[in-house]
Design a binder for this molecule. Structure first.
Ligand code: NDP
Length: 247
């Protein structure tokens, strides 16, 4: 067909909104067969219909990635319906702007559970199969906050530093095994991410801190397509994407 990811089996976590939705659409448009994972199943069903309407192949699997058993089931189900997993996109994540002194401990825990533990669970689900097949690509959604700490994002930045540290170590462990590990590091993207914030002090400090046009989810999807369509010997280790200041 000339499509660059024709037949590649892909799992996209957090495919029910924002960046994950755009990545799933983008990969499907390049011919990948996509397993859509998130908790809001109706949203996944809508996306599946859109992808199929454009001639793509998708399945929906309701998954809470913080639950290791659900992740095992996501992998098992995907492999039984679509085949062995070629690409895992660890996109599910949450961000709460919050000043540490305001002690939003439940929000700290939720970010760690999803951004660190959820991502790790998903790698645990696919790694053995990828090693046996000597083939695979793990794409992790980090952030510019995975390279730099931002006030109001202490715990979030911490979770994304975790993603970077894990990715650097894993990349070296699996070099020579046919497995690539890519970190995507976006700046501000227009999604539902910011809407979860309840700490008004941190929100106020963030608002108006930039006059950039913020990125579109499709801008990030394009980076994932780029990373996953390079020849086997090319490792795209990191892609930092930031909005440009308006003139
Ligand atoms: P959204 O809030 O729009 O999407 C988050 C996604 O994660 C949703 O699909 C949500 O689906 C899913 N999710 C939440 N909890 C779980 C769970 N327990 N199990 C499975 N899926 C879950 O945010 P974005 O699209 O912006 O964020 C996607 C990724 O991009 C995140 O990792 C984020 O940190 C990263 N990022 C975003 C930036 C931005 O500016 N937007 C910048 C840099 C990085 P559901 O609720 O249905 O489960």
């Amino acid at each position: 067909t000339g499509k660059r990811l024709s037949g590649k089996v892909t799992i996209v976590t957090g495919a029910s909104s924002g960046i994950g939705e755009a990545i799933a659409k983008g990969l499907a448009s390049e011919g990948a067969k996509v397993a859509l994972a998130a908790r809001r199943i109706e949203r996944l069903e809508d996306l599946k219909k859109q992808i199929e309407g454009e001639g793509g192949i998708a399945v929906c699997i309701q998954t809470d990635v913080t639950k290791r058993e659900e992740v095992k089931e996501l992998v098992r189900h995907t492999e039984s319906v679509l085949g062995p997993i070629d690409i895992l996109v660890n996109n599910a994540g949450v961000m709460y702007y919050t000043m540490m002194k305001n002690l939003k401990e439940d929000q700290w825990e939720r970010q760690i559970d999803l951004n660190c533990k959820g991502l790790t669970n998903c790698i645990g689900g696919v790694l053995d199969g990828m090693l046996k097949r000597n083939s695979g690509h793990i794409v992790n959604l980090s952030s510019d906050a995975g390279r730099k700490g931002f006030p109001g994002l202490a715990v979030y930045s911490g979770t994304k530093f975790y993603v970077e540290g894990l990715s650097q170590a894993l990349r070296q462990e699996v070099s020579g095994e046919g497995i690539r590990v890519t970190c995507i590091q976006p700046g501000d993207v227009k999604t539902e991410l910011l809407s979860h914030t309840t700490d008004t002090e941190a929100k106020a400090a963030y608002d108006g801190s930039s006059n950039c046009k913020i990125l579109e989810p499709s801008d990030i999807a394009n980076a994932v397509i780029y990373a996953t369509t390079q020849p086997d010997y090319v490792g795209i280790n990191e892609i930092l994407i930031e909005p440009r200041e308006a003139p």
